[in-house]
Ligand binder design. Sequence first.
Ligand SMILES: Cc1ncc(COP(=O)(O)O)c(C=O)c1O
Length: 388
Amino acid sequence: MLFNKSQEENIKNLETPFYYYDLTLLNSTLDQAKAAADRYGFHVHYALKANFNDRLLQAIQAKGFGADCVSGNEVQKAIDSGFPASQITFAGVGKSDKEIRMALKHGIFTFNVESIQEMEVINELAEELGVVASVSLRINPNVDAQTHHYITTGLDENKFGVPTSELEKAATVIRKCAHVELMGLHFHVGSQITDLNVFKSLCVKVNEWKNWFEERGTTINVLNVGGGLGVDYQQPDAHPIPDFGAYFAIFDKFLERSAHQEVHFELGRALIAQCGSLISKVLYTKSGIKKHFLVLDAGMTELMRPALYQAYHQIERVAMGNTGEATLNYDVVGPICESSDCFGKEVPLPVSKRGDLIAIRTAGAYGEVMASRYNLRDEIRYVYDSEL
Ligand SMILES: Cc1ncc(COP(=O)(O)O)c(C=O)c1O
C-alpha cells in the first residue's frame, strides 16, 4: 500500500498527474547501499541520468555518494548540487569539445573515455588548458547483461566503450598523450540486471583486462564496474530496497584487486526507482468489443518507459477507502495521440470510474527525467512524502 489514510485524504485534492517521491524510503535505501559498500571500502557514484530531481540529488549528495554524469549539463548539475568535482565521473560516447573543456576546468575525478579518438581530443583540449586529464578507459567486455536489448550496453554490437580488439592501439595512444593520465578501467554492461551471475561474469572480464594492462607495465588504480543492479518492478512492496549486500559481496569475492586499487560503482536505478510513483487520475472509462480501457490523465509524456521499451510497471488503484470490489482487466492508456501510449494491457484492477486515482509504481528512475512536452503537455509536477 503506497499511502496511509491521512495521505490519501491529502492527495485527493491535488492536481494530477504528479510524481510522488517517498524521501523516507530513499534515505533508507541510500543508508543500506552506503553501509553495504563501505563494508568493502567500495566507492559509489550516483548516476544522474536516472533522475536529477533537486530534492533527490540533495539527499544523495548528503549521504556522501559521488556522481556519475553523461553530459556536460549533468556535470554542472552535480557541481551545483554540491557533489565535489573530485567525486564526479563523466561517461558518454559523444562528449562535445565544450563539455570536455568545462569538465576539465572543474577538475573532475575522471573521464570515462569511450574511443581512441575521444582520448586524443581530450589530450588536445587538456593541453590547450594546460592541465592533465584523468581518464579511465571504457572497455566493452562483451558480457551479455541478460536484460532488454535497449538497455544492454556491453556487447560487441553496442556503441559503447572501446572494443577489446582496439586495446593494443589504445594503450599505445595513451602512452603518447602527455596530457592524459590513465587512472583506471571502466565497464558498464547494462541496466535492470537481476541475475547476479552477470556481475560474476563481469568480474572475470575485469580481472582479465586489468591483468592485460598490468602485464604491459600500466598501473591501474581504479576499477569502475558501472551500474546496472535491477529492482523488483513486479513486487515493489515486497522488495522496496534491493539486496545491496549480495550485490557488493559478488564483487568483493570475484574481483581480484591489489591494496592500491579502488573499486567504483555507478548505480542509478537501484538507488531511486522504488521511491517514485506516478500518480494519475482516471479521466474516462470505456469498453470496446473485446476490451475495457482506463484513460488516464498521465501518458508517455510523463513516463516513457512502457512505450520506449515495453517496460512493466505495477499499476494499482489508490484505495480511497474502497475495498473488496470486483475486478476487471483494463488496458491502461494515456491521453497522447500515439498507440504506444499504453502503460499496461489486461491489467486486473478494481472496477474503476472517472476520478479514481491510479499509482504507477517503481517510477523513480528513468521516469521524470524522460518527461517531454510532446502534445504541448504541462510541465511535470511532483510531491514529496514530507508534504502529505
Ligand atoms: C555509463 C553508465 N553508468 C551507469 C549507469 C546507471 O545504470 P543503472 O541505472 O542501471 O544503475 C548507466 C545507465 O545506463 C550508464 O550508461
